[in-house]
Every structure is written in structure tokens, then in C-alpha cells.
Design a protein around this ligand. Sequence first.
Ligand SMILES: [Zn+2]
Length: 390
Amino acid sequence: MLFKSVLVSSVLKNQLISLVKENRISHAQLFLSQAGTHSFALAVAYAQYICCQDRKEDDSCGVCPSCIKFEKLAHPDLHLIFPNCITKIVKKDPDSRQFAQEFRDFVFAKNYHIDMEDWLSELGGENKQATINIRDCSNIIQQNSIQSYEGGYKIFIFWGLDKLYHAAAPKLLKTLEEPEKNTLFILLTENQDKILSTILSRTQLVKIPPLSSDTIAQQLVTDFGISSQKATDIAEISEGNYVKAISLHENSNELREMLKKFETLFSSMSALKNYAIAQASVQQVNYLSVQDTIASIVDLGREEQKNFLRFVARMIRNILMLGSKNENLVKATTDEKKTMGFFTKVITLKNAQPILNECNDALFHIERNGNSVLVFTDFYLKVSKLMLKL
Ligand SMILES: [Zn+2]
């Protein structure tokens, strides 16, 4: 992985490059980021740069024997440690080494845009309690005590350090406390809160900022060849998370369908309100399409039903922003913004919070296997009433 292929700010890349050039490499660094950044790619690019035999001013050479091994994630002095668990194939005593090939394949398939949930489902573990376990930490101690294969640095990259099993922590701490010469630990996490303070205090913190919307949009155009308008729309709602942006792109039909359902349900509610204040005829409320829409939501799987409720909640929050002239805070696609415009008079500060509460209630019931027909009908009636109250 070359620095030039990593999707993070050049300022951060330059900081890491300077550490190497000035020979100030700290023996333990904690890379902290939110989900969906290119942090793993950055860790590998940094490690590759350290080991490169023909380092350039601002990147690895990409062609020396060390770089070639790094490109395959197969350098003998690069050790990858990540959450793992018992699976159908590894039936007992799992550790990262036994999943090395699966992990490499996963990283390459995702072009380094890796996400913990995706990895756990890739593992197909029978229990979801994947951890970096005691065996992983014992292996590190063993590796740490021997010379590096190629005479340079030994580099340990931990991905998902927040999943370190608590009983394994003392072993890791001991290693961090007594570093061997030319050994580097790069610890990656998306949850600083779950990292032991004893580990935090022994590492140098490297904060990786979320990706900007522009960066995400440009990368979507490069990776998928979509129009820049579409890419900008997706980037707007991906919260600086490129993994999410990819998923939104791959499921853009689903997003369009959700918007259509939202429009049907909420415009019927608005029409009902207009009727109540004698501005419209009740015929404007197309109950047949409301019924069809609720039936089509009920036909979806539970995960998609939950997605729809989260989508509604996002729309409501954004409508509120739009109505209170905070347009710059609205995170939405062009089509969504257009739809939102219709509802700024009927969804306001007075009823937005109660409507969001109804979204949460419905989510709660769907998660606990409530009857979807009842949950969504009830949701529709309650929100209609809240809109009437305005
Ligand atoms: Zn090289």
C-alpha cells in the first residue's frame, strides 16, 4: 500500500513520513478514527515506508523486494492481529494466524475499506464474540523475542484493538512496556472509550479525521464511475464513512424506494391535516396507497424495516433543519431535499421530537419481533395525530 493510495489528509501522511525521516518512530502508536476511514491502509502504508529499501521523498518505492511483499501483505516482519473466533473450520483455540489468508483476501476484496461488522460476517463465527485473544498476545511475545527476518523493523498491526479480550490485556501491556529494539506496534481502534487507560498511556495517539464529503465524492467517481452529482448526493449522507458510502451506492435503489414510501405516508398525513383545517377535500388522502405502502414495508425483512424507520428519523431531523433555515446542516441527497421542502410547514419544532419518539418506539418493537403490521399501522396513526395537532 503506497501513501498515495491512502484516503487520508496529506497533512497526516506527511507527519508520519517525517517521523520516519527524522528517526522518531515511537514504538507504540494508537491510530484512532471513526468507522469507514482508511486507517488500516494508512497503518500498512506507514509500515511499508519504514521497511522500504529505496524510500522516496514522500512515498515507498513500490518495487523493492520489501514493498512487493507488503503489497501482498506477506512480509515476514509484518504481523497482523485482528479479532477472531471459533468458526466451522477452526473449531478450537483460534488465533489471528489461522485466519491470515482469509483476512488478506478480505482486505484486498474491500480495497482496504474494511469494516468490523463485515469482517465478523465474513468469519461466519458461530458466536459473535470475536476477540483478540490470549493466544494472539502469546504469539506476539514469542515473535517479539526473536530477531526480525529481514534485519529491519518488526511491525505488529492490531486492527480492532477495542476487541482485545480483557484477560489478554496484561500480556500486551507487558510487551508495550518492554519494547524490543526496532519493534513497532500500531494499534487501531474506532472506540477510544473501550481502550484501557494503561494502554492509552503507553502509546502515541494519532487521530485520523473523518473523510470530507468532497473526498468521498471524488473516490466514488474514481471507484464506480458514477456521475459527480450522484457521488455528491451519496457523500452528503455518508457521514465521513467511505464503507457506508459504498453501501449506499450499491443500495441506491433501496434509498429511492424508501423516499417514495416516505412521500406517500407523510403526504397523506399532510393532506389529512389540510382537510382538518378545511383547506382540502378528504379525497386528497389516498388511503389505498397508504395501505399499499404499509403492506410493502411489512413485506420487507426486519433489517430493512429498521432501515426505513432510521431513514424516516433522518428525514424528520433534516426537515427541521431546513424549516429553521439551517440549510447548511442538512445532510441529504438532492431528491431528498426536494421532498423535505414539502414538509417544513407541517413538521416543526412543535411535533418533530414526538414523531422521532414514535420512530424509536417502532424500532424498539421491530427489534423485539413485534407484529410488523401492527407496529407500522400504529406508527402511521400516531404520527398522523401528531401532525394534526400542530
Ligand atoms: Zn520499496
